[in-house]
Every structure is written in structure tokens, then in C-alpha cells.
Design a binder for this molecule. Structure first.
Ligand code: ZN
Length: 258
């Protein structure tokens, strides 16, 4: 039940792709590189995810429901760290997630959330690991603190839509999600605060809702708070729990260019 996308196939070659699809080189059980929970290649649809540095590539696995099969460019140094840790642990691919630069990467999920009786298009942003203050190595997770400093407000009750955050916007193009933009640091052009490796497909309903509201509610929570939720009612429940625990901040953002 393995998916090898064309872009992954192009990187690893047809022969390796066929070996994977034949089950020869794929592990039975893996830890999903996106949500970090276990998966089974024989039981659930699984995506191959290839992390590519300048010289090295590491193949990892993810639930197809979490992320599609794709190529993720990363810095070579970080990839080398991941390769070393895999070798040391004797594992196969599964160690990738722990040492990968994805620790500093953000998982972004789109969903419709019922807020004040109205269906609102939302993005839920959750880092894949603790976020240290820039220039330090942690280990304290300061993700929410950093967002407070940038103007995101604590969300105590999901029933109340968060306030607009001036200068921030969400970039959608051709019906796909490309980036969350923040105000320019020095120049005049907005900068990407988060950018999709590959333009992210959003559901038709989400796109329709955003076309109507022209704004997106962006919620952020520290790593391990929301997780990957299979349904929007469960997403809402997870947001409620995060809000109650004081682990949710949010902001309303217009579409870029509007
Ligand atoms: Zn997963």
C-alpha cells in the first residue's frame, strides 16, 4: 500500500521504486515522518518521502493521510546528522524524524472550523518538534512565546474568532496553499513565515469558504498539542482542548493581495 510519487521516482530511479513497491526495501512498520505515530506498509496507505540534501538522500515513510509522497529538500549537514543516527540505531528510515531539520519545521493543516456558528476556513500550524529561540539550541520550546512577540493573541475560547494581525496574509494561488506571509523585515515585500515545500492542495469546501470570507483563521499550537486529526469535528475538539490548556494562539489573515 505504498505510494511512490513521480518526483520521488525521478530521484531514486525506476529500479529502486519497483523494489520499494514490491516490498523488498520497505519496512513493515515505520514511524510516520509527519505525525510520528506508527504505520504499517501492509495495512495503511503509505507515502514515501525523500529528504534530499546536496549529496545525500534519505527515504522515510508517512501515512498517506498525513502527507503525499514527495521530495523534501533539506540542508546537507542536517541530512548527514540523520544518516548518522539511522546508522547508529541500525534502523531503516524510521530514525529520520528525530534528527531531521523538520524539528524546526511547521506542520500546516487546513480545515473548516465552526466559530460563533459560522464555518470558517482555518489553518492549524504545529511545529513537528520543540522550537528553540533563534541562536540558541533550546531545549525550551518557545514557539508560543515567539508568536506572542509577533502579535498572535492567545485563544482562550475557539468560539471567538481571533483578531486580525496587520501585515500578515495567506498566499493561495491556483486554488493551492503556498505560504503564510509576514510583514517585511526591512524591505517592502512581505516575507514567507511558512512556505509549502510543494503547493498544498486544499479541499474544495475550504476553498469555497475562503472565497467567501476572504480571510483565514490561523491557529498555532506547540508541538504535540493538536496532532493529525482525521475529521474536522475532531480538529475542533483538539483546538478546544488546546485553548483550555492555554496552548493556542491565533490570528485572522486576509488572502495575500486582498
Ligand atoms: Zn502520520
Amino acid at each position: 500500500m505504498l505510494d511512490v510519487s513521480d518526483e520521488v521516482r525521478a530521484e531514486i530511479g525506476d529500479e529502486e521504486a519497483e523494489r520499494l513497491l514490491g516490498g523488498e526495501n520497505a519496512p513493515d512498520v515505520y514511524d510516520c515522518t509527519s505525525c510520528r505515530t506508527p504505520g504499517h506498509t501492509g495495512q495503511v496507505p503509505t507515502s514515501t518521502v525523500l529528504f534530499v540534501g546536496e549529496e545525500t538522500a534519505v527515504l522515510a515513510f508517512a501515512h498517506a493521510s498525513c502527507i503525499p509522497s514527495q521530495v523534501v529538500p533539506v540542508a546537507e549537514a542536517q541530512l548527514q546528522g540523520a544518516v548518522a543516527s539511522i546508522t547508529a540505531e541500525g534502523g531503516e528510515g524510521t530514525a529520520v524524524r528525530r534528527e531531521m531539520p523538520l524539528q524546526a519545521e511547521l506542520g500546516v493543516t487546513s480545515g473548516l472550523v465552526l466559530v460563533g456558528g459560522e464555518v470558517q476556513p482555518a489553518l492549524v500550524v504545529e511545529p513537528l518538534g520543540p522550537i528553540a529561540r533563534p541562536g540558541t539550541s533550546g531545549p525550551v520550546d518557545v514557539f508560543l512565546e515567539l508568536l506572542h512577540e509577533q502579535g498572535f493573541a492567545p485563544v482562550a475560547d475557539v468560539e471567538q474568532a481571533p483578531a486580525a494581525l496587520p501585515g500578515w496574509s495567506v498566499l493561495l494561488a491556483m486554488g493551492r496553499l503556498h505560504a503564510v506571509l509576514q510583514p517585511p523585515a526591512g524591505g517592502t515585500a512581505p516575507q514567507a513565515w511558512w512556505q509549502a515545500h510543494q503547493a498544498m492542495q486544499v479541499a474544495d469546501g475550504w476553498r469555497a469558504a475562503v472565497n467567501k470570507t476572504r480571510r483565514v483563521l490561523v491557529y498555532c499550537a506547540p508541538a504535540g498539542t493538536i496532532g493529525s486529526q482525521p475529521r474536522e469535528d475532531l480538529l475542533r475538539e483538539a483546538l478546544d482542548r488546546a485553548a483550555a490548556a492555554g496552548r493556542l494562539v491565533g490570528a485572522a489573515m486576509p488572502l495575500a493581495g486582498t
